[in-house]
Design a protein around this ligand. Sequence first.
Ligand code: TRP
Length: 379
Amino acid sequence: MATEENNNSEMIVTPWEVKGKIDYERLIKEFGTQPLTAQLLSRVEKQTDKLHLQLERKIFFSHRDLDTVLDLYDKGTKFVLYTGRGPSGPVHIGHLVPWMFTLHLQQKFKTRLYFQITDDEKYLVGDDRNLKETERWSYENALDLIALGFKPDDTFIIYDTKDIDLFYDITLEVAKRITYSTARSTFGFQDSTNIGWVYWPAIQAAPCFIHKKLTGENVPALIPAAIDQDPYWRVTRDVAQKLGYYKPAQIHCRFLPGLGAGGKMSASMPETSIFTIDMPDVVKKKIWNAFTGGKGTAAEQRKDGADPGICSIFQYYFYLFEEDLKELAERERKCRGGEMLCGECKKDIVEKLNRFLENHRERREKAKDTLEEYHIKRR
Ligand code: TRP
């Protein structure tokens, strides 16, 4: 997920590039996924007591085969969860959004999670990264995952370059059944693309099927992830049944916006991203410089109000930091009416963010003691 732009340029959403203004409805059509309907959400709600905030607010908005997975679950076939991280640098709060939702699913459905850390992918795709560097980020990023509260008994972290022997055979099975022509049109490979990258999609596909090899149980995988990863699942779903597995199911989320004027949070734009390792003064400075829907002067804003619809700060309340819908609506009202100015709203979010991050960092430190317990090879 390399670059990102803030303007209205053409929308591009691939696993390595997200840019332009994202039209999620259009993505559903172009990728051929399904919207999350009210009926499907109510089925999920039945299993989980209460709809998770990210479903309620349509942060997760699209899926493939979630209904099939729930049908199987009703009949007694469980599923496993699978998601992952490309360790290109520190984790920002946008990465945490789908991981938090994954934790919720894991707790409610009592299922196992496979979490793939793709140091190999980040090495192959990045021009100037070396393997030692991506390996180091692998461990650093795993700490962020664990800090969210995942438990070692049912969380299995796969470090690609360390653990490839566990699933190399599965990558071969997959790779043999995807033609170059399909891969090229799905991923946009060029003549100049290195051949490691061309093979690589088989490596992201393999954890969908690893559970059967490890346990003998054939169950589907459900993948909560941002929608940019969808091309991988398209090719994986094409080959799954030929190989005797269920098609992996997906539930797709939106991108957490960055602090600029539009565009997703992206590690390649550090000034508009909040990293989990950012200290309070850094967070404050970034928030203070963030793009809002405010007016040029306080007087003008008191008179005409501001526009939370385009404000990056308001998005953070929406995605993460205001769980109470009534409070959220109240904040929106005060903003539109010019009752609350940007300074106050920013001050609130700085406090919330720093409290959250301080807590996260503490748990992240503690995770250093248990990191090994999560490694797939520990069992
Ligand atoms: N390709 C993903 C990235 O660059 C990492 C990843 C591997 C992943 N397996 C996954 C993401 C499964 C979501 C689901 O970030």
